[in-house]
Design a binder for this molecule. Structure first.
Ligand code: ADP
Ligand code: MG
Length: 237
C-alpha cells in the first residue's frame, strides 16, 4: 500500500466500519499511487464528487460496490481509479494478460471510458484495448486480446471473443466493472451478461454502477456481487 497521506482524515464509513479515508473529500487524501494522483492533478481533478467520496474508500479496499448516482455525477472515476490501483498493487505486468474487464452498453460510451482511462492511466504501464465491434477487424483483435491488461468492451463483442478467440484467457482477471448497468439491461443484453459473468473467475472484485436502481439491476447485483456496499447518492432538492 502507498504510505498514508499525512492529512488523511479519520472517520466512519456509513456501514459503521472505521476508515481513515471515510471523510476524504479530495483525491490526494486517498491512498493512491503517485502515478494516479499525478495524472489526476494534471487533469485538474482535485475534489471528489459525492459518488466518488462514497465509493472510493470501499472500492480501494477491494469491496464489491453497487453504486447508483445520476448521469453526470462522476461515476467513471469511481471505477477507473480502483481498477488502476488494484493492478498497480498486484504489480500487474505485460505478461500477466487480462486483469480487468469494463463493460459498457454502447460503443460510444465505451470510447468515452477509454479516453478517461488514457488520461488517468497515462503514467501507468498497462495496456488497454477497446473491444466494441463495428467495422473494426475482429481477427486482428483476436491475435492481440490476450496481451491486453484492461479491456473496455460492449457485451456482444466480449462474448464473441469468449466464444471464438482461441486461448482467450480471463481466468486471472481481478476487477469486473459493469458501467451503466441499467442501460446494458435495457438494451436487452441480459443473456449476454449472464453468459459473460458465468465464465469469469469467482474470486474477483465487481464494481457495478447505474443511474437508476431498477428490479433488473437488483437481479444483476444478486448474480454478480458478493456482500456489496450499496451506495446511492441523490441530489439535495
Ligand atoms: P457519469 O458516468 O456519472 O454520468 P462521468 O464520469 O461521465 O459521469 O462524469 C461527468 C463529468 O464530470 C465529466 O466531464 C468528468 O470529467 C467530470 N468529473 C468527474 N469527476 C470529477 C471531479 N472529481 N472533479 C471535476 N470534474 C469531474
Ligand atoms: Mg457514466
Amino acid at each position: 500500500l502507498p504510505p498514508l497521506p499525512k492529512d488523511a482524515p479519520v472517520g466512519r464509513l456509513h456501514d459503521g466500519t472505521y476508515s481513515r479515508y471515510a471523510g476524504a473529500s479530495r483525491f490526494h487524501q486517498l491512498p493512491l499511487s503517485s502515478k494516479t494522483t499525478d495524472a489526476l492533478s494534471e487533469a485538474k481533478f482535485v475534489a471528489m464528487t459525492d459518488i466518488q467520496r462514497a465509493s472510493l474508500p470501499h472500492a480501494l479496499c477491494c469491496r464489491d460496490i453497487l453504486g447508483a448516482a445520476k448521469t453526470g455525477s462522476g461515476k467513471t472515476l469511481a471505477f477507473i481509479i480502483p481498477v488502476l490501483e488494484k493492478l498497480y498493487r498486484e504489480r500487474w505486468g505485460p505478461e500477466d494478460g487480462v486483469g480487468s474487464i469494463i463493460i459498457s452498453p454502447t460503443r460510444e460510451l465505451a470510447g468515452q471510458l477509454f479516453d478517461v482511462l488514457k488520461i488517468v492511466g497515462k503514467n501507468h504501464n498497462f495496456s488497454a484495448g477497446l473491444l466494441i465491434g463495428g467495422r473494426k477487424d475482429v481477427d486482428v483483435e483476436k491475435e492481440r486480446v490476450n496481451e491486453l491488461n484492461i479491456l473496455i468492451c460492449t457485451p456482444g463483442r466480449l462474448l464473441q471473443h469468449m466464444d471464438e478467440t482461441p486461448n482467450f484467457d480471463c481466468s486471472q482477471m481481478k476487477v469486473l466493472v459493469l458501467d451503466e448497468a441499467d442501460r446494458i439491461l435495457d438494451s436487452g443484453f441480459k443473456k449476454e451478461l449472464n453468459a459473460i459473468i458465468s465464465q469469469l473467475p469467482k474470486r474477483r472484485q465487481t464494481l457495478l454502477f447505474s443511474a437508476t436502481q431498477t428490479k433488473s439491476v437488483q437481479d444483476l447485483a444478486r448474480l454478480s456481487l458478493k456482500d456489496p456496499e450499496y451506495l446511492s447518492v441523490h441530489e439535495e432538492s
